[in-house]
Design a protein around this ligand. Sequence first.
Ligand SMILES: [Fe+2]
Length: 390
Amino acid sequence: MLRYLMVGAMGLACGPKTVVEGYQLRVIWDVNPHSEATILWTVESKENYTSLLVSKDDLFESVIEIDQINIFFEQYNNSKLFQVNENPSVAYTRLENLEPGTEYYLKILGAQKESEVFYFRTAPTDGIKKILIGGDSRSDRPNRITINQTIKEYRANNPEVIAFSHGGDYIDDGSDWRQWSHWLNDWSHTTLNGQILPIIPTRGNHEIDEILFNQVFGKPGDETNYYLTQIGILDLFTLNSEISVLGDQYTWLQNSLEEASKVEGRFRVVNYHRPAKPAVKQPASTKYWIPLFEKFDVRVALESDGHVYKRTAPIFGDSFNEDNGVIYLGEGGLGVKQRSPKNHRWFLQGGGMSFPMDHFIAAEIGDDYLHFSSMDKNGEIFDEFTISPR
Ligand SMILES: [Fe+2]
């Protein structure tokens, strides 16, 4: 077949300044995680033809072959002059019309070899599910790798984990492909026996190169990088704090929250990078979203960027409010040096808390509750709470 006649091979070092380990295969979710996914991997050059085999069985007896017509290639962007023409390319395709709660096996065919078998599972429509959450993995690479390995162990013991919602600041310089390459290499430590953990990506302030961000993550939310992911009773709004928080994004958020709030029994959670209720810095422009959060009963706001662990008291109208408040959670610890929080802020007291701690969070999505468990880099739970209907 044509694909075997083409020259080149996958998985080799791609240029002298970048080390690509394996295929850097990733699965990205934004909208419709029950039936759609973006599949991306790294190729040596866009002339290097590859195809992707997709199958519902691991023997590849009923194969859908995604051919060159449906695979898009782009050279990873570089704004660094010394990198010109040395970056490899991203290959990506969007899978649609998938069945929920179903395993899809993937194999990349290069000219001279084929990849091992990987697979991912689409979001299931029933049963208990967990998504993992965390942000800020840019500067402490040993801890980043440790946490990724812990995530893999956690998956082994918690097969109900279906995706990872990353809050941004993956790397230090988002315009440097080489740092992305390291991040993608490190992310492979989360893969469990070939099962890829889908990423729900958020853009951070270090992802200053939106072209490269969109190449790495497959243009989530049609390149706006804000979108709604619905899983079970969870409505997860991923927002983009790196563009205007007003204008189109504000209108979209207002309309989407209003629409979502009309459906009984669902829980609204938002995720964005720069904190509206920070433990370390001053409030970011995301604070302009707070009236929408409060009006439409957002339960939890996931934040990053501060480099501490934080869980605020429930906040409504800048006051403690157990009945109607929003809890702001996170602030980043997937592999960054931790900072000292400003614990005198009222919302970090009286039920709130903040301290330096590498961490990631599991959100269990039940039939009528969300349960959040915060874990250290070794997977030990140090904080947990439940969100119930109100
Ligand atoms: Fe940040």
